[in-house]
Design a protein around this ligand. Structure first.
Ligand code: ARG
Length: 611
């Protein structure tokens, strides 16, 4: 916010002393109400002030809740409460009234809101505090599988996981994003067997091979992508093929040298392809670990569980018994299969054990809701047998399914699974159509070269996909409508990009005209409404953090853009004759742009230079 000329000294004025304007406003107001509550015997927890949309900025309902205990009418209590405020304190408010049966309606004065806006503008973090006690948090997302190409089913974990990661980092948590590749299951055995069948002469299959194995992979990515689907189908159809795959998997898991060397090629090829596929999404993983990473942990973990009597033999397998809420036994957790192989459950338990040893306080799993049962079992077992301490927070951040128009999981026309890459391509085409369509392009993309156009189309497409996804409550299913997601109007990613690009150009043009920015002051109309909306950012981020729900941020940014439009229509900056007001509005525009930019960045949405 270096490009603004605001008066930082404002923070020492009377308003800031009475009301800590650096805090989220509802918290600052709650503090004020708490102080007055004490004097008249209202319990502190009833003094909470929260945002209101009923004709006031904020409201407090504590008078109603304390009526019984105080044996007075709620309206009387509300009156008494309000009467505790000194004239000086009252000057903070444009309204402090009793409504209905005893609600207290609270609206801030324009001066207070303006002052808060100036503080925000002077602060790089827009007054969003970092958490007081940062926690070490693992976010397990992506969850791609080696040998299986990324498909539409990987979209949500990627997008939601990355947004949560960004929000948590911004709020000062110690976050570790881990991709947790599926690199250790039966699909590995299937692929090993498929390669053996095609190229049995390779040294990996020669049991008497004593030397090194090839450094270069004799299998290409194309080979792998061709062989895996075949092997998978055959394995489903033919029990013999399935048994062989199982056996190969067990050998790999037991450390077979040749298989391990071959498997490493698969992993490397896959990781390179995954990185290419997710590149448009701007995702960051701190760790590229996989299920295999937890394997060394399995034996000691299982042995100690046997020793503690927590793991039990059952038909040659090893299980951990589990209970439902009523204390009845439910399907147990399979720790070790009768053939000695480990399971998806075992892998996750061992991973939890390792993360716990690294002092993780939270482990969040951004995974499809259809794995709910899996995580219930794993978390219950982990807590019950003491793999994690009671205080460690394990949570399945579940998300719904991406459906097609028919309301069923999205498929290609021929009924196949659609690859992630194809989703991006389809979105780019839809974005290109939109860009060609509108007046937008005639003004802003005119004369741009092919390269710029392609880059803008990709930004629009990715913004469309991400916002289309994130704007739904994560637990809900939604229908993938790329044409709609790419629209420049309505609640879409491109609309927000367009808003940000437009605001930026308003600022540039005003600068060119020589309009000087100045301390924000408000005239009490649409400018005030915008300032109030902008002040809500810290609260929104706290809510996203607490509930792990990015849609709240989407909703908020959309509201900000709407408030901006109303403001820009109502307040004619260029024609304004009061130069102080003109400069003030320009600073408000700048704060609005900062807010949108930060919000979009947290959503992982990049704003192009022009559109
Ligand atoms: N690879 C898994 C799958 O495709 C998802 C992994 C999720 N993370 C975990 N720790 N289980 O279903």
């Amino acid at each position: 916010m270096s490009d603004t000329h605001v008066n930082e000294g404002a923070s020492t004025s009377a308003e800031t002393e009475l009301l800590n304007l650096r805090h989220p406003l509802e918290r600052a107001l709650t503090e004020l109400f708490e102080k007055r509550a004490q004097a008249i015997g209202i319990p502190l927890h009833l003094a909470t002030v929260f945002q209101s949309n009923k004709g006031a900025d904020f409201q407090c309902n504590g008078a109603l809740a304390s009526a019984k205990a105080l044996k007075r009418s709620p309206r009387d209590i509300a009156q008494l409460w309000i009467d505790q405020f000194s004239p000086e304190e009252r000057s903070l408010f444009s309204a402090l009234d009793i409504a209905g049966p005893g609600f207290i309606n609270i609206s801030l004065s324009d001066a207070v809101l303006a002052q808060r806006s100036n503080l925000a503008l002077a602060d790089d973090r827009l007054l969003c505090d970092t958490v007081k006690q940062p926690k070490k948090i693992f976010i397990d997302f992506g969850g791609y599988n080696v040998a299986k190409q990324l498909h539409i089913g990987h979209l949500r974990s990627t997008i939601i996981g990355e947004t949560l990661r960004r929000v948590f980092v911004f709020l000062g948590e110690e976050v570790i994003g881990d991709v947790h590749l599926g690199d250790w299951g039966t699909q590995m055995g299937m692929l090993i067997e498929a390669v053996r069948e095609e190229q049995p002469h390779l040294p990996y299959f020669n049991e008497s091979h004593k030397g090194e194995y090839p450094v270069e992979s004799p299998i290409s990515l194309a080979d792998m992508n061709r062989l895996y689907p075949l092997a998978s189908t055959r394995s489903k159809e033919d029990p013999k093929v399935r048994a062989q795959a199982s056996e190969a998997t067990a050998k790999l898991q037991a450390g077979h040298r040749g298989y391990t060397a071959l498997w490493r090629h698969f992993v490397n090829l896959s990781i390179a392809e995954i990185k290419r596929d997710i590149a448009p999404f701007g995702v960051h993983f701190d760790l590229w670990h996989g299920e295999s990473h937890a394997q060394p942990e399995i034996t000691p973990m299982v042995e100690s569980l046997i020793e503690q009597g927590e793991a039990q033999e059952s038909d040659g397998a090893l299980i951990i018994p589990l209970l439902n809420a009523k204390g009845e036994e439910i399907v147990p957790l399979m720790l070790r299969k009768s053939d000695g192989g480990s399971t998806y459950h075992t892998s996750d338990l061992a991973t939890i054990s390792m993360r716990a040893k690294e002092q993780a306080e939270e482990m969040l799993y951004v995974v499809d809701a259809r794995q709910e049962m899996h995580f219930k079992q794993v978390f219950q077992a982990a807590h019950r047998v003491g793999i994690v301490s009671e205080s460690a927070h394990l949570e399945h951040i579940k998300f719904g399914t991406i459906n097609g128009e028919d309301g069923r999981p999205f498929k290609t026309r021929s009924g196949g699974t659609i690859k992630l890459r194809e989703v991006v391509e389809m979105a780019i085409e839809a974005a290109q159509r939109r860009l060609n369509e509108g007046e937008m392009q005639s003004q802003t993309l005119k004369g741009a070269n092919e390269e710029t156009r392609a880059a803008v189309a990709q930004s629009v497409a990715v913004a469309a996909i991400k916002f289309g996804d994130l704007s739904n409550h994560r637990a809900s299913d939604y229908i993938l409508r790329l044409e709609d997601f790419c629209a420049f109007e309505g609640k879409t990613g491109p609309y927000l990009l367009y808003a940000a690009v437009r605001i930026k150009s308003i600022l540039t043009k005003a600068d060119e005209r020589g309009i000087k920015r100045s301390t924000i002051q408000l005239r009490g109309g649409a400018d005030r409404a915008l300032a109030l909306e902008l002040s809500k950012l810290p609260t929104v981020l706290t809510q996203v953090r607490a509930k792990k729900t990015p849609h709240l941020l989407c909703e908020y940014l959309f509201n900000v853009s709407q408030s901006f439009s109303s403001f820009y229509q109502a307040c004619n900056i260029v024609r304004e004759e009061d130069l102080a007001q003109q400069g003030a509005w320009l600073s408000l525009v700048s704060l609005c742009l900062e807010t949108l930019n930060l919000g979009l960045e947290l959503l992982g949405i990049e704003v192009p230079e022009r559109m």
